[in-house]
Design a protein around this ligand. Structure first.
Ligand SMILES: [Zn+2]
Length: 387
């Protein structure tokens, strides 16, 4: 195969040689063996200096490379060990990989690049790899970035959680969302107080003390850490999470009502109505518009919930914090009288977080709402949302 020549051209590895590539037994993977150049010295993984050779492993390690033409590509290498004067007998360091990662650095950069444009899930699907590997790639790049750049000053951060492994596990992500500088700063396991405190330990008290805006959802541990570590900052609840809560309630009303109607033997008017009720009117297809027009003729709880949801959208048009507050209070009171239990629950939550919600309007004067939207878009892609 001529692949070796291409590899030498595109991804040469000093001190190593590519050997003849072949298909794996299952015909689905391409394997490219790599061997050390003759008389080249291995690098000690402890002190990163060349060291005397000791021995070589009998089992090959595979490092995943960027796939080509729909095939997964792996570099295959028998790791050497060195006898380092400083570190003793340790495994060598290879320039294309890092630590125990099974992905090559170049593949992690590749995945990380796409993970900025697509959601992690989409990236994994697009390149036939797993969510965990995309996560590993992003975590590697973030760590790499932290080592190779100056952090501060940071004016605004956004904290967000990602659910994975069928929703049983969480990661906490912290973004810098300054104007002209939005980047993923940090990834932590779980979404506890301890997790988020880890971020503030990483940046230190001086940088923390200068943060002016923190954008978050209503997750209690996050709110607590923000109060403790960033008391000077304005905590903004991000708009996406609030809208998602209202939408979720509308969807619950609709599905409960649809079931009830079916049980009672009514005409199934709510079938296929889900997106009519959840999408913004301007995004509806012609067919969905007709369906919605048909629906509003019935005195359904779903329709009333829908109208309240649409009404809630007006909140974001307010410029004045005082008027936004008036609207929010009026909306909550109206919902509390509606006897629509899922929405009432949302209204109670909104009331409990009234000040934080209003911070959105306080911040908007100084802080571009475009940046807040940007964060919301990031959050949206990895969530099973109904927006
Ligand atoms: Zn060493």
């Amino acid at each position: 195969m001529r692949l070796t020549r291409i590899m030498n051209q595109c991804h040469p590895i000093p001190g190593f040689v590519y050997q003849r590539a072949s298909f794996a037994d299952d015909g689905k993977h391409i394997l490219i063996p790599v061997r050390p150049r003759k008389r080249s010295r291995a690098i000690c993984s402890g002190c990163h200096q060349p060291a005397a050779g000791y021995d070589q492993s009998h089992t090959a390690r595979q490092f995943e490379f960027i796939g080509i033409w729909g095939y997964l590509v792996f570099l295959v290498y028998y790791m050497r060990r060195v006898d380092c004067k400083k570190c003793g007998v340790v495994v060598e360091e290879v320039p294309w990989g890092t630590g125990k990662h099974s992905l090559t650095k170049v593949y992690m950069h590749f995945l990380g690049h796409w993970a900025r444009k697509l959601s992690w899930k989409e990236t994994a699907e697009e390149f036939r790899t797993s969510w965990d590997k995309v996560h590993a790639a992003v975590a590697y790049l973030v760590a790499w970035g932290l080592e190779h750049r100056v952090l501060g000053p940071i004016r605004a951060i956004g904290v967000d959680e990602i659910q994975y492994s069928k929703g049983h596990k969480y990661l906490t992500l912290v973004y810098q969302i300054d104007l002209g500088c939005t980047r993923l700063l940090w990834i932590g396991k779980e979404r506890t107080v301890k997790t988020f405190l880890g971020f503030f330990t990483m940046i230190g008290p001086e940088l923390s003390g200068k943060i002016e805006f923190v954008c978050s959802d209503m997750w209690k541990p996050y709110l607590r850490v923000i109060r403790e570590k960033c008391s000077q900052a304005l905590n903004i609840l991000d708009r996406f999470h609030l809208v998602a809560k209202v939408n979720k309630a509308v969807d619950d009303v609709r599905s409960a009502e649809a079931k009830q109607m079916k049980r009672d033997g009514y005409e199934p008017v709510l079938t296929k109505s889900r997106w009519c009720l959840l999408k913004r009117p301007e995004n509806l297809t012609a067919k969905q518009k007709l369906k919605l027009r048909d629906l509003v003729r019935y005195n359904l709880q779903s329709v009333r919930a829908y109208l309240l949801k649409e009404d809630f959208q007006q909140l974001w048009n307010y410029v004045s914090t005082a008027w936004a507050a008036k609207f929010l209070d009026a909306w909550c009171s109206q919902v509390m009288r509606s006897r629509i239990e899922p929405l009432k629950k949302v209204a109670r939550t909104l009331r409990a977080h009234r000040e934080l919600i209003l911070n959105y309007f306080r911040a908007r004067k100084e802080f571009s709402s475009g940046v807040i939207e940007g964060l919301n878009n990031k959050a949206k892609v990895d969530r099973k949302s109904v927006v």
